[in-house]
Design a protein around this ligand. Structure first.
Ligand code: FE2
Length: 235
């Protein structure tokens, strides 16, 4: 049987299938200041499920990692919580890119949350892409992660899950958040599958990226993929 190096990071297990990847933790060091007050090591998975979407996996990463679509794609589910106008880009690092979606001041506090959270951390979610195929949104009470396993250029298998703090599994707030996660993921699926069909037409419009606060993460991801495909980044 072949043997692979593995690395555990905040409870997630990453497998070095190529055998040539550089150690992961140093590449993600810049994420720790954003994460430490959430105590991710004390959160656990309360529900996981699998889905297959008819979209290229890179489109899903880009969609998850930009705040530009929040007020449009999620007009019913997230615009009143995390409107596009309140998004901000965070500093990225060699192994990740990130942004923060701040909550509308009128949105009720999500609970329960760790005591250490700053006022802004209580009132926002932080979204990360660990290059290339892992994304997670971390909020005060719950986190949602997606592990993307590309199947074909037009289909991707996704393992999704919700993380909560100790004792929060059976709270109504957790059930409500899980239902919301299913709902906003379903909205993204519809949009991405329609977009995948549109990539086949020669008449699709091309446009520059939006400003850094809205799509700076896409620029980071694109540059990472460019480094990866030209052999300038670890696999
Ligand atoms: Fe979305």
């Amino acid at each position: 049987m072949p043997e692979f190096k593995v690395e555990e990071w905040l409870g997630f297990i990453f497998v070095n299938t190529s055998g040539t990847a550089a150690p992961l933790a140093p590449q993600l060091e810049g994420m720790l200041p954003y994460l430490k007050n959430y105590h991710p090591e004390e959160r656990h998975s309360t529900e996981t499920w699998f889905e297959e979407w008819s979209t290229n996996w890179k489109c899903l990463i880009e969609n998850f990692m930009e705040g530009y679509h929040l007020s449009i794609t999620h007009a019913k589910t997230l615009d009143h919580v995390t409107p596009t106008r309140l998004c901000e880009k965070l500093a990225s690092g060699p192994g990740f890119t990130a942004y923060r979606s701040n909550y509308d001041p009128t949105f009720p506090q999500r609970e329960p949350f760790p005591e250490d959270l700053t006022e802004q951390e209580r009132r926002s979610s932080v979204l990360f892409n660990v290059y290339p195929n892992f994304v997670i949104t971390v909020g005060p009470n719950c986190a949602v992660f997606l592990i993307l396993l590309p199947e074909t250029p037009e289909t991707v298998n996704i393992k999704m899950g919700v993380l909560v703090q100790e004792g929060a599994d059976d709270l109504p707030e957790t059930a409500e958040y899980i239902a919301l996660a299913h709902e906003f993921n379903a909205e993204d699926k519809v949009t991405l599958e329609a977009m995948q069909k549109n990539t086949k037409t020669a008449h699709r419009p091309m446009a520059p990226l939006a400003p850094d606060a809205l799509e700076g993460t896409i620029w980071d991801f694109t540059r990472h993929m460019a480094r990866l495909t030209t052999g300038e980044a670890g696999a």
